[in-house]
Each structure stands twice: as structure tokens, then as C-alpha cells.
Write a new protein. Structure first.
Length: 442
């Protein structure tokens, strides 16, 4: 029986690997070859790489209809379900290094902007300061590199704690716990509540802790909650008490307090969402788009009263903090259709499109006008909570070195959470590897 299960597991792993390989080959064939090349004189085709959701398709179709016979946006889909943020980053880097004009516009995790700046067209001459001022500060601030505007935000995101209200209501002190959660509970109290729920048969907390950028978000969140920084003067600092406290907490949630299942060391966001719903876990570290994920993948219904939102927990004596995320648009400097790309970017930043992206896809708007629009806010009162959490939002470090360093750090964080190496060993090895400048191979 055990052997049969192992064979089945091997079969499914093989299928997943083959599927990913086929998708990657198709993308590479497009980026580097002539496989998809179609001649259509008179129409300027813009090739746009992103996670193409239904809301993306909707606004792209509208743009193509408006500009029929003149401009056509051709989407290249790199779905989050198939490509992790790290895999997407490496694929884009390989393409841009080739200096091909195959892709004109692409989206990046906002923290990648410094890394990608050398391959992209500066946008300062295309957008007036007054236009940039229409974008919320926390979003437009991620779009500069060495004082040049090199990107523009498409949508915003922020780390959020979700809790299963139906489970918490079984506790006699539910009202008191809910009040603590809604105002950012301390980690000590959070662990105490989690252990009580664990005794009742529930996994208390799932958070992404695979070896990837999502784990870095939790780590940086915990550092910032202690008023500490990962980068100081463009240098990584992991030999600090705050870094040790941050990683020790992540390790202890799984291995000491046992309120997080051990399998999360292989989980990214989607796997955490699935576990949270299927296993009726009490808490989830997720992003704003969880409800839309549920609507698309589980059931088309409003579950906001079952899975409620709260700020992330914080260390006693520390500061409540949530990591700011989001995806920015960057134009390849090798594009031969720059004016058409700019036209499309301006369209994506229009109020109409920003509303569509939120109402259809759940993507947080980046335009200030959305949050001062009384009709829009009345229709979407949940955005009041977003504004509250945004006040405690922090960014990951903006440094050209960050993406390389984060790959190294995440790998060692993951090993520590798996209990394969100690906290001190993980931080020490990560620091030495970064300082050495050697090529890091996982």
C-alpha cells in the first residue's frame, strides 16, 4: 500500500514537472523564436507579459476594440498558479538579456524594479509630475530608480491576517479575542489562542514558507515589527538580535508551538489558501485577493463574514506592520512600439480600468481618486479597512542587490523552518554566502 502511494505520488510529481516544462518551452519559444510571429501590416502589436486574469482579459479586449485596426495588445500569460514569482523573474531576465524586441511591456513585483531598471525605458518624459501625483504615494514610490521614473504601478497589495470566524466563535472569550485581532494582536497572545484551538483539533495558522519570495515577506515583516532593517547602507544585516527573533518565531510556530503544520515548508500562497479552506484552519497569512481566489476556485459566494480580515500580529513592545506588495508595469527599452505602449499604460491607469480591475479581479486601485470617490467607497466599504492597514505598511528593501540576496536568505530560512539547521546557522550561512559574492546554487 505504501509503495502504491509512493508510485502515485511520483506519477503526479512527474505530471506537474512535465506540465511546467511544456509551459516554459512555449513561453521561451515565443520570447526567443518566431513560433508565434504573425504578419499584420498596419496594426501595431504590443506584446504584454503578465498574470493574465479574467479582469486583465476584459480590459485588454476593451482597449483592442477601441483601437481596432491601429493597436492590438497581445497578452502573454504567466499565471501565478504555474510560475512562482521567482520563476517569472528569471524567465524575464533571460529574455531581456537577449535584447530582443519580442516583448514590449511586462509586469514585475514592485521590489524587482531596481533589478530590471537597466533593461527598461525611463518613463519620466512620457508622464507629467501632475499625472504621477494622482497615484498613491506608497505605489508611485516603488517606481523610481536613481531618481528616474522607470515603472508605473498597475495594482497594489498588502499582507493581511485572515481568521475563520466560525471557529473562533466557539471560544468563550471570542469577543475579547476578536477585538485583539482587529487591532493587531501580539504574537504571544496569538500563539496562546492558537494552542487552544490546536487542542480542539484545528491547525491554527498557515503561512507560506516554501523557499521563495513569499517567505521573505513574513521575515521582513517581523524585522520591521521590531523597528529593524534588513538592509543598512545597501548592506545586508542578518547578524542581529531582531533577525534571530524573527526567524526563531517562524521556526517555533511549526516546531515548538505546533500551531502551524509542517507541510507549509513546501507551501506558497495558493497551497496555503487551499489548506486554510479544506482543513478549516483558524488563521491564514495572505494577501488582499484571497476572496477573489475563493470565488474563482472554490465557490461563487461572499465569504467575508466567515473569513474576516485583520492586521498582522506584532511583537510585544513592537510595531504592527504589514508588507506592501503589488505589481508594476515596465517597458522594455528594446521595444519598437514605445508610443503605443505608453498609450496602453495610460489606459490601464484610467479610473474606469482601475475600477474594473478591482470589481472584477479584486486588484487594489493605485489611483487616489478611487479612495476619494464617495460612490465607489460606499459601494466597497471594505476599502476602509485597507486604508487602515496601509498606514502600517512597509516595503521590502529597494536595492538592486535585493532579489539576489532574497533568494539566498529564503533558502536558508526554509531550511531552518524544516528544522534541518539551527536559526543561528541559517542566518550565519546566509550572511557569509552573500558577503562572499559567490554564485549561489540551491
Amino acid at each position: 500500500m505504501i509503495k502504491l502511494k509512493q508510485n502515485i505520488r511520483t506519477f503526479y510529481i512527474s505530471i506537474v514537472a512535465i506540465t511546467f516544462l511544456v509551459l516554459t518551452v512555449l513561453v521561451v519559444m515565443f520570447l526567443f523564436g518566431d513560433y508565434f510571429k504573425v504578419s499584420n501590416e498596419g496594426v501595431k502589436k504590443i506584446y504584454y507579459v503578465d498574470n493574465i486574469s479574467q479582469s486583465h482579459k476584459l480590459v485588454i479586449d476593451r482597449f483592442n476594440e477601441i483601437n481596432k485596426g491601429r493597436i492590438e495588445v497581445v497578452p502573454i500569460d504567466l499565471p501565478f498558479e504555474k510560475f512562482s514569482t521567482n520563476e517569472r523573474k528569471e524567465l524575464l531576465i533571460r529574455y531581456l538579456r537577449s535584447k530582443s524586441d519580442r516583448v514590449d511591456l511586462f509586469s514585475v513585483d514592485q521590489i524587482w524594479v531596481p533589478r530590471f531598471a537597466k533593461w527598461t525605458e525611463p518613463l519620466t518624459k512620457y508622464f507629467l509630475p501632475s499625472q504621477n501625483q494622482q497615484i498613491i504615494d506608497q505605489a508611485i514610490g516603488t517606481c523610481y530608480y536613481k531618481d528616474d521614473l522607470v515603472a508605473l504601478p498597475l495594482y497594489f497589495d498588502i499582507g493581511i491576517l485572515y481568521y475563520n470566524n466560525s471557529i473562533l466563535k466557539k471560544l468563550p472569550d471570542y469577543s475579547s479575542i476578536k477585538n485583539e485581532l482587529d487591532n493587531s494582536i501580539t504574537w504571544d497572545r496569538f500563539i496562546s489562542v492558537g494552542q487552544r484551538l490546536k487542542r480542539n483539533g484545528h491547525s491554527a495558522y498557515v503561512f507560506p514558507s516554501d523557499d521563495y519570495e513569499g517567505l521573505m515577506c513574513s521575515f521582513v515583516e517581523l524585522l520591521e515589527s521590531q523597528n529593524d532593517k534588513l538592509f543598512v547602507n545597501d548592506t545586508v544585516r542578518l547578524n542581529t538580535k531582531a533577525a534571530e527573533n524573527a526567524l526563531q518565531l517562524l521556526v517555533d510556530l511549526v516546531n515548538k508551538y505546533n500551531i502551524s503544520p509542517k507541510e507549509i515548508t513546501d507551501y506558497r500562497e495558493t497551497e496555503c489558501y487551499v489548506h486554510f479552506v479544506n482543513h478549516q484552519d483558524a488563521f491564514l497569512r495572505g494577501w488582499w485577493g484571497f476572496y477573489e481566489w475563493y470565488d474563482k476556485n472554490v465557490k461563487n459566494e461572499d465569504v467575508s463574514s466567515i473569513y474576516e480580515k485583520a492586521p498582522m500580529p506584532h511583537f510585544s513592545g513592537g510595531t504592527p506592520v504589514s508588507i506592501i506588495g503589488g505589481w508594476n508595469l515596465m517597458m522594455s527599452k528594446y521595444s519598437t512600439k514605445k508610443s503605443e505602449v505608453i498609450e496602453f499604460i495610460k489606459y490601464l491607469l484610467s479610473d474606469e480600468v482601475q475600477k474594473t480591475l478591482y470589481e472584477v479581479g479584486g486588484y487594489l486601485p493605485v489611483k487616489k481618486s478611487m479612495y476619494s470617490d464617495t460612490t465607489f467607497m460606499k459601494k466597497h466599504p471594505e476599502l476602509i479597512f485597507y486604508n487602515k492597514v496601509l498606514k502600517s505598511g512597509v516595503h521590502r528593501p529597494f536595492s538592486e542587490k535585493y532579489t539576489k540576496c532574497s533568494d539566498i536568505i529564503a533558502s536558508y530560512l526554509n531550511l531552518a523552518i524544516q528544522n534541518k539547521i539551527s536559526v543561528k546557522e541559517a542566518l550565519g550561512k546566509a550572511q557569509r554566502t552573500i558577503n562572499s559574492g559567490d554564485v549561489f546554487i540551491k
